[in-house]
Design a protein around this ligand. Sequence first.
Ligand code: UT7
Length: 337
Amino acid sequence: MEYAAKITGTGSAFPQKRVSNTDISQKLAQSGIETSDSWIRERTGIAERRMSTPGNSEEHNSSLGLAAALNALKMAGKTPLDIDQIIYATCTPDTIIPSTACWLQHKLGAVKAWGMDLNAACSGFIYGLSIADQFIRTGQVKTCLVIGAEVLSSIINWEDRSSCILFGDGAGAAIVERTQETSAHRILSTHLLSDGNLWEMLHVPAGGSAQPVTPEMILQNLNKIHMNGREIFKVAVRTLSSFAVKALKKNQMTVDMLDWFVPHQANIRIIEAVAKRLNLPMEKVLVNVDRYGNTSSATVPSMLDEAVRDGRIQKGQTVLLDAFGAGLTYGAVLMRW
Ligand code: UT7
């Protein structure tokens, strides 16, 4: 194959409203549920997250995606008309139909593109990047917009203190373009896997065609997130580590050759445990979970964007993206920036 793919622009966007741990403890206290700023910080590393204001169309999923996309296009020096393909990773779409990719296309005016949604939960951006890589390498697509964006506040179960403290809203975007296979700056390899046997660990029981929502289900929060946090924690540490090793091995590289590790931002304790397993110093690990919480498919691209814009990620450096999510899904992308 003569082509390869590379990221030429990144972008991110978050809603205005900051929700602190204290805001959450006060909200839960109204229902007699106890939590505290210190518990949340110690067990997750999260200090605050952003949440869309319901009814504000500027903060719909596709609007956050739009803002992130415009930033990424600007960095890449491209216009919406240059986009051939839109891959929109989300598990909280604006609407069931049309896809959020089509809502974004409408807002962006990317009339030459085709778009689709992709639901791999928190691994979504990595799955999207992998799909973009395949389309570009086969010569079918020149320029792809990959988005990871969520309004998780729409499915938070405020009666479950172990999950409601974790999630936030936001969007990240990347412009992925064709380059030569011999280029130093390119996606080196992508690695995906899912394990549907573990579906129960993180799911929203109702709201799909298997269980259309009824008023009774709403009262039982069946249209909200149900999670077995302790079990996911263990799987996450194991799979993030094994996918990192797999990606490095595939490219005959060792951990010390990595410049930056961009893990899914779910919990600082997961990230630290993975770094320890890999023998990777935390100085090489990018972290923003403290400020945004877990924004699912948006964590990896928004973290990437932050580190590209503040100059931490430099041309020629080796960057590893690594995620896990509901499904369960797993994925990693190794690239030379
Ligand atoms: O994108 C993937 C999304 N999901 C995840 O990544 C989840 C991964 N898992 C986690 O991040 C952690 O397991 C949690 C943050 C969810 C929970 O932390 P933990 O250290 O695993 O706590 P735990 O579930 O073992 O619970 C310890 C105690 C329990 O009390 P008892 O039974 O020991 O009396 C919980 O009821 O902490 C209690 N607890 C809380 N206490 C205060 C759970 N949530 C809270 C809370 N405030 N918010």
